[in-house]
Design a protein around this ligand. Structure first.
Ligand SMILES: Nc1ncnc2c1ncn2[C@@H]1O[C@H](COP(=O)(O)OP(=O)(O)O)[C@@H](O)[C@H]1O
Ligand SMILES: [Mg+2]
Length: 300
C-alpha cells in the first residue's frame, strides 16, 4: 500500500473510540486467546502396520470442550496419550498452546503436563490412600507445605461437592463419588487443559449427569479447555445444550441454551477408521444424514 492511500483511509477517533480500539487490540494481542489450546496437524500413527490415526487434524480453542466420539478401538485414548506426550506420532505435528511438542523429550513434556489434568475412566484412585491423600498427591510430590495443601484439596473437593468425604477411604465411596474424587485430583494445580477419557462409563444416568455438569462448570466458569471422550449420546446432549452460570445468591446453576444459539462452547468430532468424518456442532451432527453417523447416534 502506498503512503498516500494510508493517509486517505486515516480516520479520526474520539477519546472513547480510541479506548475501545485499544481494548480490542489488547484482547487480540493476548497470545493465549489466539493460539488454540491443542492442535493436531495431519497426525498419522500406526501400531503393527495397523493405521490408528490416518491424517487427523483438529483444534481445541481456548475455553472450548471438544467432544470426541467414535467406536471402541477407534483411537480416542491414543489421541489423549499423544497430547500427554506418552506416545509420539509417526508423522504430523501436535501443538499445545501454540508450542510444537511433537518431538519433546520426557523432561520437556513434564513442564507441558503441568498445565494438564487427566480424568480416567475408572477414577484411578489409590485404594490405600484417603480421599485427602489422593487429591493431595501431586502437591505433596511437589513439596507444597501442609497448610497450602489442605486449602487446595478442600477447594478442589468443594468444586466436586465432596468436601465432607475428605477423610474417607475410596472403598467407602460410591462409583460416582470415586469418579468425582478423580476429577478433584485432576484439577489440582489449576490445569488449563483437562482431558476426560470416558468419564461416565458404567455410571447410572443421574451420576453421569453430575460428571457432565462438572465438565460444563470447568468450561463456563473456569475457562478450561477440554477434550471429552465418550460414546454416550446423553453426554453430548448435556454438554451441547446446557451452560453454567452463577445466580444472584452465588450458586452455580445450569440453564438450557434454548434459542440462544452459539452460546455453548462445545464442538464434536467423530472418528472412523482413523479419520475424522465429522467436525462441528451437535445440531449439525444430527442433521448430516450420514447412515454411519445416524446409526452411531441411535446407539447401534
Ligand atoms: N501401545 C499399543 N500397541 C499396539 N496397539 C495399541 C497400543 N495402544 C493402542 N493400541 C490399539 O490401537 C487401537 C486404538 O486404541 P484406543 O486409542 O485405545 O481406542 P479407543 O480409546 O478409541 O477405544 C486399538 O485397536 C488398540 O488395540
Ligand atoms: Mg479408550
Amino acid at each position: 500500500m502506498q503512503s498516500s492511500e494510508i493517509e486517505e483511509t486515516n480516520i479520526t477517533l474520539t477519546e472513547e473510540e480510541r479506548g475501545v480500539t485499544a481494548d480490542i487490540q489488547e484482547a487480540v494481542n493476548e497470545p493465549d486467546r489466539i493460539l488454540p489450546a491443542i492442535e493436531f496437524r495431519d497426525v498419522h500413527l500406526s501400531f503393527d502396520e495397523k493405521k490408528i490415526l490416518d491424517g487427523v487434524s483438529f483444534t481445541v480453542r481456548r475455553g472450548e470442550t471438544k467432544l470426541i466420539l467414535g467406536r471402541s478401538g477407534g483411537g480416542k485414548s491414543t489421541t489423549i496419550r499423544l497430547i500427554l506426550g506418552l506416545l509420539k506420532p509417526d508423522s504430523g505435528q501436535i501443538l499445545v498452546d501454540g508450542e510444537d511438542i511433537t518431538h519433546y523429550t520426557e523432561e520437556e513434556m513434564m513442564g507441558v503436563r503441568q498445565k494438564m489434568g487427566m480424568v480416567f475412566q475408572e477414577g484411578a484412585l489409590f485404594d490405600s490412600l484417603s480421599v485427602f491423600e489422593n487429591v493431595a498427591y501431586r502437591l505433596q510430590e511437589q513439596g507444597v507445605d501442609e497448610e497450602t495443601c489442605e486449602k487446595e484439596v478442600r477447594r478442589m473437593l468443594r468444586f466436586v461437592d465432596l468436601e465432607d468425604a475428605i477423610d474417607k477411604m475410596p472403598s467407602e465411596l460410591s462409583g460416582g463419588m470415586r469418579r468425582r474424587v478423580g476429577i478433584a485430583r485432576a484439577l489440582v494445580g489449576d490445569p488449563t487443559i483437562v482431558m476426560f477419557d470416558e468419564p461416565t462409563a458404567g455410571l447410572d444416568p443421574p451420576t453421569a449427569r453430575t460428571i457432565c455438569e462438572l465438565a460444563i462448570k470447568l468450561r463456563d466458569l473456569e475457562d478450561v479447555s477440554s477434550i471429552f471422550v465418550t460414546h454416550e449420546m446423553n453426554n453430548l446432549e448435556y454438554l451441547s445444550s446446557e451452560y453454567a452460570t452463577v445466580n444472584e445468591d452465588g450458586e452455580v446453576i445450569f440453564e438450557m441454551e434454548g434459542e440462544k444459539l452459539c452460546l455453548i462452547n462445545t464442538e464434536v468430532i467423530m472418528f472412523r477408521d482413523g479419520k475424522i468424518i465429522f467436525s462441528g456442532k451437535d445440531e449439525q451432527l444430527r442433521k448430516t444424514g450420514d447412515p454411519y453417523i445416524n446409526k452411531f447416534i441411535r446407539g447401534k
